[in-house]
Design a protein around this ligand. Structure first.
Ligand SMILES: *Cc1c(COP(=O)(O)O)cnc(C)c1O
Length: 367
């Protein structure tokens, strides 16, 4: 068949191991999954309440414009409903942007290493991918990204805070960058972890959208809101940018239950705040552990931490899995001696750190 040539070298997304699989393989009773940056505290009780009221009219298509959710979100963010685009997760928005702007003969600029979906979609759409190494601090090297752009660049991706390093770009560096990107190049600012950020020199991305009409900000209900199962993300940009992007969107891309669940979740910002606070406490637990054991890590603005164990990341990953903790090996993420660990509840973090302590002791004894 006449497949696009670039598809032949691609692999399907490798989802993390499921809890059931790991339980069976290692004969474990309890598994703690700290692999996909999901919220260990679940989601707001408002969501469960609203879902209980769902009446079962499942034969009907969803509201394609997600009217109620859109208005609730617009009010919450203090933007106009016409400045929003909704996606089946922010993955869907990344795909839409790629389809709209990337093609053979064009190129796209991103960090290395960052969230894998930017590159994946760019390859599918046949664009050249220009990757710029992160700085030593794990941050996007924005000046170097400017340098590799040329007249064929159509999209530049900025993941801040960045997955998998958890680091961010300061307001001054981002604004400087935005001022220099040509107006006909789309800047995608992926803020999947926005609600976890505590850094003081962080920017207000929605204010930047008002100043820079070539900027789109992506956020999601999958992380701090704890609604990954529903697949809802959103983009904020100028009205004319959204209008041009909208025809790419599948007509019913956000499902009915997802619209109900996320609208309810927006109304419970106390839940979001309390998760952010508990996450900071969890991060502190992991920082202390790293310092105690002389392990290096990137200070994180997210609900995960990338720790360098100075051994094969797959080995740490396997060891933790055998003991009931699923994390992400740094190997496929571009950090071969690290693992990426989602911050869990206090008890989950304690359990994980106990296993890691034993691991480090066994390693030390083996030398
Ligand atoms: C998790 C994640 C996403 C995808 O989120 P969905 O809304 O669940 O598709 C996007 N970007 C980054 C950086 C992420 O970590």
């Amino acid at each position: 068949m006449k497949w696009k040539e670039q598809l032949l070298g691609l692999h399907a997304y490798q989802p993390g191991r499921t809890i059931d699989e790991v339980k069976r393989e290692f004969n474990l009773e309890k598994i703690v999954k700290l692999a996909s940056n999901e919220n260990p505290f679940g989601s707001s009780p408002h969501v469960t309440e609203e879902l209980k009221k769902v009446d079962g009219s499942f034969a009907l298509y969803p509201d394609g414009y997600a009217t109620n959710l859109r208005h609730a979100l617009a009010e919450f963010l203090q933007v106009s409903p016409s400045e929003l685009v909704l996606g089946n997760g922010s993955d869907d928005l990344i795909l839409m942007i790629s389809r709209a702007l990337l093609a053979p003969g064009r190129n796209t600029v991103m960090a290395s290493h960052t969230f894998g979906q930017y590159k994946h979609n760019a390859i599918v759409d046949g664009a050249e991918v220009r990757e710029v190494p992160l700085t030593e601090k794990g941050e996007h090297n924005l000046p170097a990204m400017l340098e590799v752009m040329d007249e064929n660049t159509s999209v530049v991706w900025v993941c801040s805070p960045n997955n998998p390093t958890g680091t961010y770009n300061s307001e001054s560096s981002l604004v400087e960058f935005l001022k220099q990107v040509p107006e006909d190049v789309l800047v995608v600012l992926d803020e999947a972890y926005y609600e976890y950020v505590v850094a003081e020199d962080y920017y207000d991305a929605l204010e930047l959208v008002k100043q820079f009409h070539n900027l789109i900000v992506l956020r999601t209900f999958s992380k701090i809101y704890g609604l990954a199962a529903f697949r809802v993300g959103y983009g904020v940009a100028s009205e004319s940018l959204i209008q041009t992007l909208e025809p790419i969107r599948e007509p019913f891309n956000v499902n009915t239950l997802g619209q109900i669940a996320t609208q309810a979740a927006i109304s419970d910002q106390d839940f979001v705040k309390s998760c952010s606070i508990k996450n900071r406490e969890g991060l502190t637990q992991l920082y202390s552990f790293c310092e105690e054991h002389g392990l290096t890590y990137f200070p994180s603005q997210t609900n995960f931490i990338l720790i360098d164990f100075k051994v094969d990341g797959n080995e740490v990953f396997q060891y933790l899995m055998k003991h009931g903790y699923i994390v992400r090996s740094g190997v496929p993420l571009g950090f071969p001696t690290s693992v990426r660990i989602t911050i869990g509840s206090k008890e989950e973090n304690e359990g994980l750190l106990n296993v890691l302590t034993t691991f480090l002791q066994e390693k030390a004894a083996a030398i």
